[in-house]
Design a protein around this ligand. Structure first.
Ligand code: SF4
Length: 375
């Protein structure tokens, strides 16, 4: 479920997020619940993820109403094995954390990004480092035993000591899970425009960023957080079950403005503008803006693209065949052979994995398999 509003827009963000300017949040909760009712037949969730945007922007009573409404429609509290809420430090207070926990969430993911005030300002984040500490305390006091912190590394000029300091402060808060993403300059974001206009430094050379990537893995491992996906680290058993479903290309249903979904071989995305989305669902219309049924080769590629991100697990090929209708070994026989000979991927029984070297070079491995690449 996607709640598309945030206190303000962060400069690097390319999600469907809109600065909150007093829009009626109660009406928006009604809209999401209206979509859930329209699509109730699709909803029997094993995991629930309330993301955004900033779900913790909702007043406690609206958050409770959203979770109660979803429970009534889907029965998720009885059947779900994980319910995550995303939160940002400036809006997660004791009442919101408590409402989330009491009404069904058992995992909380907090957008921290950095502990350096100047970096947070450069990103236009709406919080400082001290609010992170207070938000973690609120989450723990509300009873959250599964906590994730999101960090961004490779701010231009970041050196290993800076990264160690940021990770050290995150680890000191004892999260069960850390997500550490490399800063990316997505097309059309204010950050990319600033860089292109010479008002923001460009990314450091790849070699330097890879050094920080490796350092992240090492420092997390020393703190007992094992990398299980390119950017995700967890204590044993604390892996995010919802995100594992994405990486395993299982079905998911997206509710909310701009929410994407993948189910029964169909990809879809909802209308992005909150007011258009609300108008559609209140009129009883499906708010889908795009729907497509990709061909088997594209689906198989997507399965590899997602699954090779899982460091040890990799991709279980019979599952790909079940989902895509084709076995990647038949689609890319020669290229997969070459990648194995070059030591970039390995086959262990029916499981395809990136090797340690292939994992670092994952983008170029995938480029060689991408639809449109000659075989
Ligand atoms: S808080 Fe998250 S979703 Fe909202 S603008 Fe910032 S990065 Fe994007």
């Amino acid at each position: 479920m996607h709640l598309p509003f945030c206190v303000s827009r962060c400069r690097y963000c390319d999600f469907n997020a809109w600065a909150w300017r007093g829009q009626d949040l109660g009406r928006h909760v009604d809209a999401i619940l209206a979509e859930a009712r329209l699509r109730a037949a699709e909803l029997a969730p094993q995991t629930v993820f309330l993301g955004g945007g900033t779900p913790s922007l909702l007043p406690a009573e609206e958050l409770a109403r959203l979770l109660d409404g979803l429970a009534e429609i889907t029965g998720f509290r009885g059947g779900s094995i994980e319910t995550t809420i995303e939160a940002n430090p400036e809006s997660l207070d004791a009442a919101t954390a408590q409402a989330a926990r009491e009404h069904g969430a058992d995992r909380l993911s907090l957008g921290v990004q950095s502990f350096r005030p100047e970096v947070l300002r450069a990103y236009d984040r709406a919080h400082g480092p001290e609010e992170v500490v207070a938000a973690v305390a609120a989450a723990r006091a509300a009873g959250f035993r599964r906590l994730n912190l999101d960090l961004i590394f490779a701010f231009p000029g970041q050196d290993p000591a800076d990264l160690a300091a940021d990770l050290g402060r995150a680890v000191a808060l004892a999260p069960e899970h850390l997500s550490c993403y490399e800063l990316s300059f997505e097309p059309g974001t204010p950050l990319t425009r600033a860089r292109d206009a010479g008002r923001f430094p460009p990314a450091d050379p790849e070699e330097r960023r890879l050094e920080l990537f490796e350092q992240t893995r090492r420092l997390c491992a020393e703190a007992g957080l094992r990398r299980y996906e390119v950017s995700n680290f967890a204590r044993p058993g604390a892996e995010c079950r919802h995100n594992l479903a994405y990486w395993r290309s299982l079905d998911w249903v997206g509710l909310g403005a701009g929410a994407a979904g993948w189910r029964d071989g169909e990809r879809r995305r909802n209308l992005e503008r909150p007011e258009e989305y609300e108008a559609a669902v209140f009129a009883g219309r499906d708010p889908a803006a795009e729907r497509e049924r990709p061909d088997p080769r594209t689906i198989a590629f997507d399965c590899l693209m997602m699954g090779l991100r899982l460091e040890e697990e990799g991709v279980w090929l019979p599952r790909v065949e079940r989902i895509a209708g084709v076995d990647p070994r038949r689609v890319w026989p020669e290229e997969l052979e070459r990648l194995q000979r070059e030591g970039l991927v390995e086959l262990a029984g029916e499981r395809l994995r990136a090797t340690a070297r292939g994992f670092v070079l994952l983008d170029s491995v995938l480029t060689r398999l991408a639809p449109g690449t000659p075989v």
